[in-house]
Design a protein around this ligand. Structure first.
Ligand code: BG6
Length: 469
């Protein structure tokens, strides 16, 4: 089977991880500009001040993408570049930059796929309570409206938020991301609800504008599987899926939060301050979503947590289902499985679990269109005779693309695949050591770009529409 003509082979990035130019051309300060400069918060205190300088080198980068045959580029727009103080004046230079970037994509026939929020929040809003404050919801809708009106004639694919669970749980439970608050379920649930509300309002607004493009949200998808058939572990995995999957997917695709979680958080006093009007807009906007974006890296292997340790580790590695993580409510924990394959950063490589996960999405949410908006291997790439021989990345993406193919054959409605990442970039907490790209960026040598082995491999896959997979 070949992938259909309307299936998009893409690659992804995010503004803070690639752009740099953190204080140029009127850009406002983001929460990440501040947080990453607090000593000890990131690996070797790396930050995105320069990143890979995509802000100045986007033409060179997009040219390389075109040479690879990339059909679509998923990038994110930096909110503080567009509206420096969050909800005040628009920065014309910010609009100009994204106009140029979008036009450059279109010059080569690359479909621009824009994410409105990939974690860099204007610092002014962060200081006013960030996502726990409903002012941020209102500000987001205004910012989204600005982007739709500025770019919507050419951008026909929009993602509101990237991975709500990640920025909210790291922001309010583990403290690994800004605003670095630990163990605060009340703030966590409030923030998640505010984001879901902002998404719902934005989707409705986009449809009112009648720009005839498509809009959805991207969720991190870490399906939870019990390690065995013991009842208590099956229950632990069910509980994990309710809190970490259904809490995010249900309101977007079904219009309501899962009863199981709603009941429990009520008993615990964690219910967000939500209004009937917000719950109504969540309900009425659900059917307006055109797609769901799915970021898949690994599954979580779950057992019941028997000891009383409830504090989650303050690190990225222990946040996405990676082994050694205890859930914030202490009910379950993740473990390494025997015979499991793991990356150098301890993430499980499990394409089979990807297929099972996609089947679960179809079972629970029907035929909703799916884009795989991220998938890829974080590695310290081998360099042999000055060539970047990233064979493990090729193997990883190959195995996961095979799954996508199989899933489509089974009738799962997947319309595109975006490798994370199109080019090497800054890992939020792991610096530049953990690479994901098809294009290497030489940190020691003027940020020079170089094609990796995977570059040629992906080019071939796209040219042949994955026929050999
Ligand atoms: C996803 C994010 O969670 O994982 C990306 O959307 C991120 O922005 C990617 O870079 C990989 O994470 P890490 O921690 O390995 O860089």
């Amino acid at each position: 089977m070949k992938f259909a003509k309307d299936f998009l082979f893409g690659g992804a990035s995010a503004a803070y991880q690639v752009e740099g130019a953190w204080n140029e051309d009127g850009k406002g300060i983001s929460n990440w500009d501040v947080f990453s400069k607090i000593p000890g918060k990131t690996f070797e205190n790396t930050n995105g001040d320069v990143a890979i300088d995509h802000y100045h080198r986007y033409k060179e980068d997009i040219k390389l993408m075109a040479e690879m045959g990339l059909e679509s580029y998923r990038f994110s727009i930096s909110w503080p570049r567009i509206i420096p103080d969050g909800d005040g004046k628009i920065n014309p230079k910010g609009i100009e930059f994204y106009n140029n970037l979008i036009n450059e994509c279109l010059k080569y026939g690359i479909v621009p796929f824009a994410t409105l929020y990939h974690w860099d929040l204007p610092q002014t809003l962060e200081e006013d309570g960030g996502w726990t404050n409903k002012r941020t919801v209102k500000a987001f809708v205004k910012y989204a409206d600005t982007c739709f009106k500025a770019f919507g004639d050419r951008v026909k694919h929009w993602i509101t938020f990237n991975e709500t669970i990640v920025f909210c749980s790291l922001g309010y439970l583990t403290g690994g991301h800004p605003p670095a608050i630990e163990n605060n379920p009340i703030k966590y649930f409030q923030a998640t609800h505010n984001v879901i509300t902002a998404h719902a309002k934005t989707v409705s607004h986009y449809k009112e504008l009648r720009q005839f493009g498509e809009i959805g949200i991207t969720h991190s998808f870490t399906p939870n599987f019990s390690v065995d058939n013991k009842e208590e572990n099956i229950f632990a995995a069910y509980h994990a899926n309710q809190y970490n999957v259904a809490w995010f997917f249900d309101p977007v695709l079904k219009g309501t939060y899962p009863e199981y979680v709603v009941k429990q958080i009520k008993e615990k006093g964690w219910t967000p301050n939500w209004t009937d009007e917000e719950l109504e807009i969540i309900k009425s906007s659900a059917e307006k979503n055109d797609f769901i974006g799915v970021n898949y890296y690994q599954p979580a292997r779950v057992i019941k947590n028997d000891n009383q340790q409830v504090k989650m580790e303050n690190s990225r590695e222990n946040s996405a289902g990676a082994p050694g993580n205890v859930s914030f409510d202490g009910v379950w924990k993740t473990v390494r499985i025997d015979n499991g394959k793991y990356t150098k950063w301890g993430w499980e490589i499990a394409p089979d679990a990807f297929l099972d996960g996609l089947r679960i999405i179809k079972n629970n949410y029907g035929d909703i269109k799916i884009y795989i908006t991220e998938n890829g291997l974080g590695d310290a790439d081998p360099i042999i005779d000055e060539e970047i021989v990233d064979v493990p990345r090729i193997k990883y993406i190959e195995a996961h693309l095979r799954v996508v193919k199989k899933a489509i054959e089974e009738g799962i409605n997947i319309k595109g695949y975006y490798a994370w990442s199109v080019i090497d970039l800054l890992s939020w907490l792991n610096g530049y050591k953990k690479q994901y790209g098809f294009i290497y960026v030489d940190q020691k040598n003027n940020l020079n770009r170089k094609k990796k082995l995977s570059f040629y491999w992906y080019k071939h896959i796209i040219e042949t529409r994955g026929e050999d997979l």
